[in-house]
Design a protein around this ligand. Structure first.
Ligand code: SAM
Ligand code: SF4
Length: 444
């Protein structure tokens, strides 16, 4: 490979989960620290970082086709870095199959992207997929920019080993970032304009830390401490695991006003046999009982979940149990996926692969049930007065878009600015968004 001129502009394309969005923002900050600027919309970038997701099928094929399509207006290729979970899982193969790629960097090693760039400038191709715990966060620059709603990764990795999932292999074992670092990062985000912080982790409620005085905290303790930041108005967290829900976390929903009434708690299936084969270590009933405890302290809480249809061996009767669970919960939102065999996971070796046509049909039925409940949830909010955090301008003159406490997308017309918390009355509901009337402009 010949030496490349030092890139001046970059574009980071993040796929998949919110943790990848966070990682993408941190990579952009590293590149800005190296004197590079983000490429303007529609303009070529000298460096493109593909921040990939490996959770479902065809992830690697998608990366190769993206690499093939990346071209500048003059027909030349930009410098290409592949980051994220596909990089971690298939880095060597990417290097062998895609000569246009100069850098492969895993999710725990991207703080070393500047060194990889220096190597690329010398014409060397390099891979870094080490997994040193917490080293990345220590080496990253301080946060500089924040929108009104910011992500903060507090926990990474997973020790749960659900039999379908690649995360324990691509993101490594569970680690919690130190409490003091998180407080400092949150303060910085708020100083830079964040009014809402979403705490992120593959199992965010497995987070644990220690205060300077040696007190052990769980996620609820972290939430209570962050709630003391005067200019932070909203706190959210995702994704939780049923096994890591503590009484303290449930209680926080009844006691901490700044903790938004929203819970994303994946269940995956309503069948205990399937849950066991998935190694989920909760049952449908224990999951429902947990939701009841959240509802007891916060009756208006919006519930969300994740589902997989067509896990190996799933019968029609077992799928019907999933539909029954959905009916019982009445989700405000939920994500549902067709099972995708991931190489190296135990489920990929299981018998009883469900035919694609059956999976398609099950997914459609499940999504219809979820959409029905989502619309019902939104319709039930009509007439409610609530606060909306304004995130951006809408398409129409004078229109603004933001989020309700229940994470619904809300649009309204009136005097406002990005970052304002305004009071509105919700007036009309669709399945994915609500219209509102502005009652009171921004809180000072
Ligand atoms: N840690 C979280 C949990 O336990 O639910 C979420 C992690 S995963 C990134 C997000 C979702 O992707 C999972 O909840 C699951 O529904 C889905 N998922 C993971 N592996 C999958 C697979 N092999 N096929 C289909 N969906 C999958
Ligand atoms: Fe994957 Fe299960 Fe861990 Fe969630 S809990 S990241 S689904 S292994």
């Amino acid at each position: 490979m010949t030496a490349s001129p030092t890139p001046r502009t970059y574009r980071v394309k993040s796929f998949g989960c919110q943790m990848n969005v966070y990682d993408g923002e941190r990579m952009a900050e590293l590149l800005a620290d190296k004197g590079m600027a983000p490429a303007a919309d529609g303009e070529d970038a000298d460096l493109v970082v593909l921040n990939t997701c490996h959770i479902r099928e065809k992830a690697a094929e998608k990366v190769y086709s993206d690499i093939g399509r990346l071209k500048k207006a003059d027909g030349s290729k930009p410098l290409i870095a592949v980051a994220g979970c596909v990089a971690q899982a298939e880095g060597d193969e990417i290097m062998a199959r895609a000569p246009a790629v100069s850098m492969v960097v895993g999710p725990q090693a991207y703080h070393r992207l500047p060194e990889l760039l220096d190597k690329a400038a010398r014409g060397e191709r390099a891979t870094d997929t080490d997994m040193p715990a917490n080293a990345k966060f220590d080496a990253l620059p301080q946060r500089r920019r924040a929108g009104p709603s910011a992500f903060l990764t507090v926990q990474e990795g997973c020790d749960k080993f659900c039999t379908y999932c690649v995360v324990p292999y691509t993101r490594g074992a569970e680690i919690s970032r130190p409490y003091a670092d998180l407080l400092a990062e949150a303060e910085r985000l708020v100083d830079n304009g964040a009014r809402e912080i979403t705490l992120l982790g593959q199992n965010v409620n497995a987070w644990t830390g220690e205060t300077a005085k040696g007190h052990t905290l769980g996620l609820d303790g972290l939430i209570r401490e962050l709630a003391k930041l005067p200019d932070l108005h909203r706190i959210r967290y995702t994704t939780s695991h049923p096994n890591d829900v503590t009484p303290g976390l449930i209680a926080a929903h009844g006691e901490v006003d700044k903790l938004m009434p929203y819970l994303h708690l994946p269940v995956q299936s309503g069948s205990d046999r399937v849950l066991k084969a998935m190694n989920r270590s909760h049952t449908a009933d224990s999951y429902l009982a947990l939701l009841d405890r959240f509802r007891a302290v916060r009756p208006d809480i919006a519930l969300s979940g994740d589902f997989i249809v067509g896990f190996p061996g799933e019968t029609d009767a077992e799928f019907a149990e999933t539909l029954r669970l959905v009916d019982a919960v009445g989700y405000a939102a939920a994500f549902s996926f067709k099972y995708s065999p991931r190489p190296g996971t135990p489920a990929a070796e299981m018998d009883g692969m469900v035919p694609m046509t059956v999976m398609d049909e099950r997914l459609q039925r499940l999504q219809a049930a979820i959409n029905r409940d989502q619309l019902a949830f939104n319709q039930a909010s009509i007439g409610t007065t609530c606060q909306v955090l304004v995130e951006r301008k809408g398409k129409h003159p004078g229109q603004w878009l933001g989020k309700s406490p229940w994470l619904q997308s809300v649009h309204f017309i009136g005097e406002a600015a990005v970052g304002d918390l305004v009071t509105v009355e919700l007036t009309e509901a669709g399945p994915n968004s609500l219209s509102a009337r502005l009652l009171q402009p921004a809180l000072a």
